[in-house]
Each structure stands twice: as C-alpha cells, then as structure tokens.
Design a protein around this ligand. Structure first.
Ligand code: GLC
Ligand code: CA
Length: 572
C-alpha cells in the first residue's frame, strides 16, 4: 500500500510546498540563504553546564573550570556545538552564582582568569563555542556598587538600585513579593529606606532606568566579548524593569495552597514591562559591535509575549528561550498544538529554539519517565530550531531527593517541603564507577546518584544507553541539514502518535513519535522509508512494520531523503 497518498497531496507537491516554506523560512533567517551560511547558532546545539556539578578538579567537592576543560573530549564526542556555563563570577553564592559581586572576574571556587582563558582556547580548539551567563537584573548585596548605594542616601550610586520610602503607615512601599518567598522589599536600617529585590534580599535589583547602570552593564558584555566569548545567556530578563509608579500587583484568584507563595499575585507590574525592549536592543547593539555574538534570553513568558523578545531588525535576542516544552502536558494534542502555535507566532526573521530542562526545573526523565524521555530527546533534536540540552539529560538523569539536612537551594530553605527547591536537578554528573561517580574525591556539595544512574563510562560502552541515543541523534542531526535547518510540517497526530516531516533541498525525513506506553499503528500519512534511528533498543535497518513499539520514536528517510542519506554515508 502506498500510504503516502492517503489524505494528502502526492509527495512531489508536498515537497514543492515544503520547498516554498523552506525558502520562506530561509528568507526569514538573519544571515543565511544556504546550509553553509546558516549561523552556527541556527544549525548548532547548545549544551548547558552547571559548573558546580560538572567535574571537580581540585578535590573540594565543587565543579570548576579545569574540570570542564578535562571533559571537553566528552562534549566533542557527544556532538554538541556550544557550551553555556552558568555563572562563574565572584559571588557569595547566596543563589549559587546568580548573585554576582564582580562581573569581570572568576570566583576562586571555579578557578582563575588564567584558567578561564585556557578553557576558552581549548573550547575553540575543539571547534566549540562558549557562552557565559549574564545576570543583569540584580547584583549581590556584597557587590561594591550596592555597598556604596546603601551607605547613604546621597551616595552617587544610590540611584543604581531601587530605593523607596516606607509606605505612609510604615512597612514596604507596596505588595510586591520575592520569587523566593517573602516580600520583595527589605528595609535598610541605616538609611531608613527599602530596596527592591525580585529574588533574595541578597540579590538587590539594579535600576536600569539609571544611565550609569546600563552603561556599566554593557561594558561587562564588552569585557567578555573582547576576551573572546561567543555569546551570553541573559538571566531573568523579564524582571529587568518594574512599574515606575510602583502599583501593587493584583491577587491571582487561581492561586492554591502548595503553589509558590509568589504566585499569589499576578506579576502585572513587576514583569515584562515595555522598557525591557530598549535595554535588550542596547545589549544586542553591543553583540553586533563584535560581529553578531549570540544572546539567548531567559524569558519565561507565554508565547505571544515571548515573541516580542526577538525584537525587530536585529534589536532583540537571536534566541529568546522557549520553555514551553517544559510546561506543556506530555500528550500528543498538547505538544502538537504547542509546536503549531509557536511556529505560527514566530515573527519574520525569527529562528525557533526548544528546551527540555535546566538547572531550575525538575528533570525531564522525572517529569515524564525515562522511557518517554528518550522520545522527548528525539523530539528536541528533530524539531525546527536550536535545541539546548541540560547537562545530564543525555544520561537520562533523574531528580535526586535531597534529605533536609543536605538542602542547599535558598528557595527550598525559605519555602520548605512543597517541592520548589532546585537541588534535585542540580546533582553532580556521574562519570564513572569511582567514588562519588568520579565527580570528586571529596564530599560532593550535593550527593551524586550512583545508585539508579548508569554512569558515563558504562553508558559509553552500551549501544542501548541513553548516551548512545543522544550521540546517534546528534550525529544524524549533523549529517542531515533537513534536521537542523529544514522546514517543519506536521503530517499526522492521533491520541498517542505525533508525526512530522523535516525537509531541505528535496530531502525529506519523517519523525514518528509514540507518546504512549502501548504499541500504536503507524499513521497512514507516514511514508514507507528506511529506518535511520529508533529510540528503542532494538536498532534495525529494516523498514519498520506498520506499527510503533511502546515508547518508540523513529526517524525515516523517505524516498526523497533516502538517496541523499545513502550518499552521505558513502562519503563518510
Ligand atoms: C534565573 C536563574 C535562576 C536564578 C534566578 C535569579 O531564573 O536561572 O537559577 O535563581 O534567575 O538570578
Ligand atoms: Ca573544585
């Protein structure tokens, strides 16, 4: 049976349609008209390193820069293109580096500036890019700027932070709440005013309406660009401005016991304020001064609001993080609908991106189970747009339950026992069968899961492992432009199965994902083709039978994709 023709135009016309779509999507891209000229961040894959938990090199139980350098071969073999390292700057570590006390240094815990420079050279020599984490919304309360600012009301840096008198009857100026629990205002006894902090009281918000602040922060970007970094992930960007009139936030009627206390209020006046786009445009101008370095924005927003963060005419982020796969129910209808609405909402010249997890969110394998996490990996690495992998995702790492006496995350300490803490997804990488998984020789800052988690060494030698699946997916993605920069078209969705096609220069690949734990019929719209990859352990070169196994995702080279694939293999 030629399933290709059912319910669908003939393949030629599908491909013609796709070619037109593809052409449009290329015209939409910032700087590409062919695969070879796509920007690296469009065809490439980003890997997030949470440095405290990647690899310890000096036996203090905490990962560091030399540890990352020692693992570059691993990253190269894995097949990613860029690493983003969460903050490594001097910090009192109240929020584990997201409280910066010097934007132009390296915390001794992570190493020295020389270590950093050596790492950067090694990263580039390995053919990879390096992104750092820029934390513009707030500094540490021990940053010299804040120490000056709080010293007296007339200090020239007073206005660098957000200071307000108490409310007329006393108490905080309004009802704003800290993301990590409690009020977002802390009284400074010495000067009798409150300062604002979207997060911890140890993380006072900078006042971006002050020209000195924006100039100093843009110079931070220049400092690192001059050193050679390839871009930044920009932290908590939606918090950069607050309502100038300090209006109180409205109550959220949908808040329920067990939710974050900060969600009691709708953040109407503390998030996503219009001025943020001018600040991003200024950051982007600096990135362009250096030949178009990459800016990825941490922007936890609904799709319609998120799109504004692309800006217009190179004025926004190249990639405003799209976290919607993390927040969407793991069901075909919901996932397919998300892809459709995200793609439809993308502005002209905007390039998509996708994420399954990060150091702030429960791990994907814990959210949807390890079997489906393999399907999720195939989804992440075959959707149109730049994927970001969070360290350990490639091993199928799970959240680790942290006993109360070992809790590190300040959020969990402030609001204990309701699952807000982020330690479970931050536990160290298990590298080998050595003590503490080879992560450290000392007591690790968080326990290493050496019980449920097969370590890297074991996974490397097991063709059925999670790691082998990631490597195979990344290899295929690299050899198939259709997967990295091709067009996207949904071809079928049923209760349990999502199927789509990626197409580039007449090459079609079809991806068919079984989002359920029971075998499913292949949708009729799926073409007979050669099986390039399966998420299930049995790897076979035979064409698939007319069904999908439980939890199986497959990639097929269709008639048009096949010839190209055969040629790519013979060229290898
Ligand atoms: C971002 C970071 C998170 C941090 C917060 C405050 O959301 O990802 O880890 O706690 O910003 O900087
Ligand atoms: Ca260390």
């Amino acid at each position: 049976m030629d399933r290709r023709c059912r319910n669908d135009p003939p393949l030629e016309s599908i491909c013609a349609v796709n070619a037109r779509q593809m052409q449009r999507s290329f015209l939409n891209q910032a700087s590409s008209s062919a695969f070879t000229s796509a920007a690296w961040w469009q065809s490439g894959v980003i890997y997030q390193i949470y440095p405290r938990s990647f690899q310890d090199s000096n036996g203090d139980g905490i990962g560091d820069l030399n540890g990352i350098a020692a693992r570059l071969d691993y990253l190269k073999d894995l097949g990613v293109d860029a690493i983003w390292i969460s903050p490594i700057f001097p910090s009192p570590m109240a929020d584990f580096g997201y409280d910066v006390s010097d934007y132009c240094g390296i915390d001794p815990m992570f190493g020295t500036m020389d270590d950093f420079d050596r790492l950067l050279v090694a990263v580039h020599r390995a053919g990879l890019k390096l992104l750092l984490d820029f934390v513009p919304n707030h500094t540490s309360d021990l940053h010299p700027w804040f120490l000056e600012s709080r010293s007296c009301r007339t200090n020239p840096r007073r206005d660098w932070y957000i200071w307000r008198d108490p409310a007329p009857g006393g108490g905080p100026p309004n009802n704003w709440l800290s993301e990590f629990g409690g009020p977002a205002w802390t009284l400074d006894e010495t000067t009798g005013q409150y300062y604002y902090h979207a997060y911890l009281k140890e993380q006072p918000d900078l006042n971006w309406r002050n020209a000195g602040v924006s100039a100093a922060m843009l110079d931070v970007l220049r400092f690192w660009f001059e050193r050679g970094v390839d871009g930044f992930r920009v932290d908590a960007i939606h918090h950069l401005f607050e309502d100038i009139g300090l209006r109180s936030n409205p109550h959220d009627p949908d808040w329920r016991e067990g939710m974050s206390p900060a969600r009691r209020l709708i953040r109407r006046y503390t998030m996503d304020q219009p001025e943020v786009h001018d600040a991003i445009a200024a950051m982007r101008r600096v990135a362009e001064e250096f030949g178009g370095r990459l800016l990825v924005g941490e922007s936890s927003l609904p799709i319609d609001r998120l799109m504004a963060y692309y800006g217009t005419n190179l004025s926004g982020f190249q990639l405003p993080f799209n976290f919607h796969l993390i927040n969407t129910a793991w069901r075909t209808e919901a996932i397919a609908g998300l892809i459709q609405s995200y793609e439809a909402a993308l502005p002209a010249r905007a390039w998509p991106n996708w994420v399954l997890g990060n150091h702030d969110r429960s791990r994907v394998a814990s959210r949807i189970g390890r079997e489906q996490a393999r399907v999720a990996a195939m989804l992440l690495l075959t959707l149109r747009g730049t994927p970001t992998i969070y360290q350990g995702e490639e091993l199928g790492m799970l959240d680790v339950t942290i006993p109360p006496e070992l809790v590190q995350d300040p959020w969990e300490k402030n609001v204990p026992g309701i699952g807000l803490g982020r330690d479970p997804e931050r536990t160290p990488m298990p590298w080998s069968g050595a003590i503490h998984g080879g992560f450290t020789t000392a007591t690790p800052w968080l326990p290493v899961d050496t019980v449920t988690m097969p370590n890297v060494e074991r996974q490397q030698s097991d063709p059925a492992s999670f790691l082998s699946l990631y490597r195979a997916l990344l290899r295929l993605r690299r050899s198939e432009p259709a997967l990295s920069i091709g067009s996207y078209r949904e071809i079928a969705r049923t209760d349990a199965v999502l199927a789509y096609e990626r197409q580039h220069s007449g090459n079609c690949l079809q991806i068919v994902l079984n989002l359920s734990a029971t075998p499913q019929r292949l949708p009729d719209a799926v073409t007979d083709g050669r099986l390039l990859l399966s998420t299930t352990r049995r790897k076979t070169e035979r064409p698939p039978r007319a069904h999908l196994e439980a939890n199986q995702g497959i990639i097929l080279a269709t008639e048009f994709g096949q010839a190209r694939h055969d040629q790519a293999r013979s060229n290898r």
